[in-house]
Design a protein around this ligand. Structure first.
Ligand code: GDD
Length: 319
């Protein structure tokens, strides 16, 4: 009997990962943590096939009790404060949630002497300021974080390394570049723009789409490809290692917006909203996923246009 634990199962990547495991790995028991205030809509369709365990990751007693009950063979640690702008408004809380949650998880695994494999969701944001000659970015690239969020993810990343070295914990770190698809939270750029388009199509909003910095470049992968990568990471990854998960292509946010606009018949005016600009923005993230490909055979399969179509259709069904 294999038990899998997903922290953040009610979230975007967590819900897709749970679905992927249920569909592709029959017989595995899927557990997931939630908090009383968690929104359950992402897991409605699989609610009866998973085991939910209430847990506050910031509280070591709660984490200990959860780990003692579940006794996982694999842990996917996805729960986090994951929106970069929130980390400027609430830097202390971002650092606390992301670092303390992970330390509590590691300490609980040590306390109950579990021999489990733990995937840590680190981030391409850790690379931060990247020079033009450094793309596509490899894992050895210097980390030059540009937000409290990026610093919190660096801490998670290095804690993973340290617990591997100090205690032999089987930690595999994935630095995932931007990912999107149905259920993406509406604050993130692809989802935000798709939702605005859906609202304009329905006549709920004037045909003006508000944007922030359109010049930044990002490497987008479909969330369904990303969760397949997470499974391969624990199945075939080497403990102690770090792997980029990326598509290997980058688009400016403006190019991404233009792709979305091709999917709607409505004419839309674009307007910059100064409140959407950041104190410092990462200019370019373009990942090299060769190390992960060589280790696991993974490569992204879903074309970006397909992902954007699914995302827009998701919002069309909801607004
Ligand atoms: N959110 C948002 N809203 N971003 C905008 C907007 C807007 O209206 N207009 C332009 N942008 C730009 C941002 O300035 C940024 O350069 C880019 O679009 C992407 O923003 P987000 O979708 O918020 O993602 P992110 O790149 O900051 O972070 C995401 O990717 C990381 C991996 O690199 C998040 O998913 C992180 O959790 C993840 O670690």
């Amino acid at each position: 009997m294999t038990n899998v634990l997903i922290t953040g199962i009610t979230g975007f990547a967590g819900s897709h990962l749970a679905e992927w495991i249920l569909r592709n790995k029959p017989g595995i028991h899927v557990y997931g943590t939630y908090r009383p205030r968690s929104r359950m809509e992402n897991i409605t369709s699989i609610r009866n096939e998973i085991h939910l365990v209430v847990c506050e990751l910031k509280d070591s007693h709660s984490v200990n009790e959860m780990i003692r009950t579940v006794r996982p063979d694999y842990i996917f640690h996805l729960a986090a404060q994951s929106f970069v702008p929130t980390s400027w408004n609430a830097p202390a809380e971002t650092l606390l949630v992301n670092q303390l949650g992970q330390v509590n998880l590691f300490e609980a695994v040590l306390k109950y002497d579990l021999n489990c494999t733990i995937q840590i969701a680190c981030s391409s944001e850790e690379y931060g300021h990247v020079y033009p000659h450094e793309v596509p970015i490899k894992e050895e690239n210097p980390l030059r974080p540009l937000s409290p969020y990026a610093v919190s993810k660096m801490a998670q990343d290095f804690l993973g390394y340290q617990y591997f070295k100090s205690y032999g914990l089987k930690v595999i770190r994935t630095r995932t570049f931007n990912h999107t698809g149905p259920r993406r939270g509406e604050v993130f750029v692809t989802s935000n723009f798709a939702k605005q388009i859906a609202e304009i199509e329905k006549g709920h909003k004037k045909p003006i789409l508000y944007v922030g910095n359109l010049q930044a470049k990002r490497d987008f992968t479909d969330v369904r490809d990303v969760v397949r990568a997470y499974w391969l990471a624990v199945e075939k990854g080497v403990p102690g290692e770090v792997y980029n998960i990326a598509s290997g292509s980058a688009y400016s946010i403006e190019e991404m917006l233009n792709k979305l606009l091709l999917l709607t018949p409505v004419r839309i005016q674009i307007q910059q909203d100064p409140s959407r600009m950041r104190p410092s923005d990462v200019e370019i993230l373009l990942g090299d996923y060769d190390k992960f490909h060589r280790q696991t055979g993974w490569k992204p399969e879903i074309p970006f246009e397909h992902t954007l179509q699914d995302l827009l259709d998701y919002w069309r069904g909801r607004v």
